[in-house]
Design a protein around this ligand. Structure first.
Ligand SMILES: Nc1ncnc2c1ncn2[C@@H]1O[C@H](COP(=O)(O)OP(=O)(O)OP(=O)(O)O)[C@@H](O)[C@H]1O
Length: 602
């Protein structure tokens, strides 16, 4: 029975009518709303699209998930970080495999670094830039029947003078589970790199601080290989060096069986410009070794940086540390650096170690650890150069750390003649059939070289200096012969003048330091006496009326002499140059300015 309808009276009661009408109305309205919605094709199509879109998106995500699963299960991914030598290998490999053809993003580098993996953009030698693909978008290609995918990511952070830099990382995924395929790929990339770099010596330089995991050899240069014959040293020096290094490389098995770490250290020492660095580059070119170079005088190179750098070098390569004496204190350096420090910013670390008398943040023990440590084993050659061998600690020079020392000297007459001959050899071909030049016909080259050496005193000039002179008259050997005597005379005179100025400057610096130390001492005595209620001078002395006089107790223990007090009530450390001559109480600032001006003017 219908609760809202009274069949007897056939009337609806007031309350039941209201309820019924509401519910029916809602049903009718809802139905009609839905009917109207679905009868509207626009809305219906939108819903269909929405459902379809959701299905497609789900499908896409499912596919992505499956691909990721597949990749994870059936591929090997290798990571190549910029700054590591293997990064260079893989970039060259990708360039040679023409993977870049589908690239849209390129990094443009000036060609001066002779990078070997920039893509060819036209006929050989065209343009002054390298175009290096960045692989921002993943690329797929086939190699030896395997699918490889290349992706780029972000690597370790470095900091240069221009701010932080983000090194790049290249990920190579190979769709196989065979690790041998990956090692084959890396080995092939390495061999191709060596082949391409053969006419050059590859030099990795760490010239930026690195943060985070990994290590960045931030700069790579390819220098033209220099023939050993172009290095002019005393007879037999370079040959014995090359022979020694070659023997070391060839005798790895012997080192292992003898239980001796397979590394060897060389120290090349002598005046600047005598060919130390050139020798190492020529030797690396001859033996096909890469050079990893860093300078201890770079402010950011400390013990941990050095350790990381040494451990990230590959086998059979050279670790080159130039100016190794920077890690050792020298009193002269403190004097020399003082104006620099006062001039302004040097960096907190730099200030700390420079104040300690060193130019480097690397400590001796840090350096020895690197030479002895794990990072230095495995067929690594360690080369160090210095202009000041006497500053080196004996601990560094002991066999096992430095196995061979080579002394470089200023040029002898013989070296000067060899340099001259090398310089003008092209103008004076040795072959009999070579076309003659007028100069050649006039005087033979050997004779000219002999004449040239008459104007060069033994052991006075470096090879670099003589080379500089020859460059100024490179078109005419006769001109060089004619000008050498006056050039040496002028150079020697200038050198003497410079030495006099330098000696004077050092004297002034020493004097200044002694004065400062005396002032410090006086200040501390004054403070001590002031604290005890005493003064080093009677009150009249402090006012400048009386000079000299013994140290006497102050007349009033509670009130120290105002001459030793600054505005804050503390005793002033700067009063006089000499406690036995307290009359010089006037303008210290003026005197300091005079000192520094005269120092700078020197
Ligand atoms: N013995 C040499 N034989 C040939 N060239 C030399 C020789 N010495 C110097 N030079 C020339 O002089 C320049 C500087 O040489 P290099 O940098 O090798 O000297 P260095 O001894 O390492 O100097 P520094 O101690 O200042 O580093 C180079 O261009 C090099 O060609």
């Amino acid at each position: 029975m219908d609760p809202f309808f009274d069949h007897n009276t056939r009337q609806l009661t007031q309350s039941s009518w209201g309820d019924w009408s509401t519910s029916s109305f809602t049903r009718i309205i809802g139905f009609s709303f839905l009917t109207s919605v679905f009868s509207n094709t626009y809305v219906f199509d939108s819903v269909k699209l929405f459902v379809l879109g959701s299905v497609i998106e789900m499908g896409r995500r499912l596919c992505q998930w499956l691909i990721e699963r597949f990749r994870f299960q059936y591929s090997i991914t290798a990571q190549f970080d910029e700054g590591d030598p293997s990064y260079e290998w893989i970039v060259l490999f990708l360039t040679q495999e023409n993977v870049w053809r589908r690239s849209r993003d390129f990094r443009v580098n000036a060609k001066n670094s002779k990078r070997k993996w920039g893509i060819k953009t036209g006929p050989e030698g065209k343009g002054n830039a390298d175009y290096v693909p960045t692989y921002e978008e993943p690329q797929l290609f086939r190699w030896k029947g395997y699918w490889l995918e290349i992706k780029r990511g972000k690597g370790a952070q470095t900091v240069s003078h221009h701010g932080p830099n983000q090194a790049a990382t290249i990920y190579v995924s190979i769709y196989t589970l065979d690790m041998d395929v990956l090692s084959d790929l890396v080995e092939e990339a390495r061999l191709r790199y060596i082949e391409v770099s053969r006419p050059n010596v590859t030099v990795y330089i760490a010239d930026m601080p690195t943060y985070g995991p990994g290590f960045v050899w931030s700069n790579v240069k390819h220098k033209a290989r220099r023939p050993l014959s172009s290095i002019i040293l005393l007879d037999g020096v370079i040959d014995s060096l090359v022979k020694d290094a070659q023997e070391f490389i060839d005798s790895e098995a012997w080192y292992v069986s003898a239980g001796i770490p397979h590394r060897r250290g060389y120290l090349l020492y002598g005046p600047p410009g005598t060919g130390k660095t050139s020798t190492i580059y020529a030797l690396a070119g001859e033996l096909g070794l890469e050079i990893y170079s860093l300078s201890l005088s770079s402010g950011f190179v400390d013990d941990s940086f050095l350790q990381k750098a040494a451990s990230s070098m590959p086998k059979n390569s050279i670790l080159l540390i130039e100016d190794i004496d920077c890690a050792f204190p020298s009193r002269d350096d403190v004097d020399d650096e003082e104006p620099l420090l006062n001039a302004g910013f040097q960096g907190m670390v730099a200030q700390n170690y420079r104040r300690s008398g060193r130019k480097s943040a690397v400590t001796l023990s840090g350096l020895l650890n690197v030479i002895d440590g794990v990072g230095s084993e495995e067929g690594k050659l360690f080369f160090a150069t210095t202009n000041y061998v006497d500053r080196l600690d004996p601990a560094l020079l002991r066999p096992g750390r430095i196995d061979k020392k080579v002394q470089y000297q200023l040029a002898t007459k013989g070296q000067a003649a060899a340099l001259f001959t090398r310089f003008f050899a092209e103008m004076y071909p040795t072959s009999e059939e070579s076309p003659a030049t007028t100069e050649k016909d006039a005087i033979p080259l050997a004779k000219l070289a002999e004449n040239f050496t008459e104007g060069v005193p033994d052991h006075e000039f470096s090879t670099a200096e003589l080379q500089g002179f020859l460059l100024s008259c490179k078109r005419s050997p006769k001109e060089a012969v004619a000008g050498i005597a006056s050039w040496t005379e002028k150079e020697l005179m200038e050198r003497q003048q410079k030495e006099t100025r330098e000696a004077k400057r050092k004297d002034m610096l020493r004097e200044k330091r002694e004065k400062q130390e005396a002032r410090k001492l006086e200040g501390s005595i004054a403070r001590t006496l002031g604290g005890m209620g005493m003064s080093i001078y009677p009150p009249a002395t402090a006012s400048g009326l009386v000079t000299g006089g013994p140290v006497v107790p102050s007349s009033s223990p509670q009130t120290p002499s105002p001459a030793y007090e600054d505005s804050s009530g503390k005793s002033s450390p700067v009063v006089s140059d000499d406690i036995t001559n307290p009359a010089r109480t006037t303008s210290e600032a003026e005197e300091n300015v005079t000192d520094s001006v005269s120092t700078n003017s020197l």
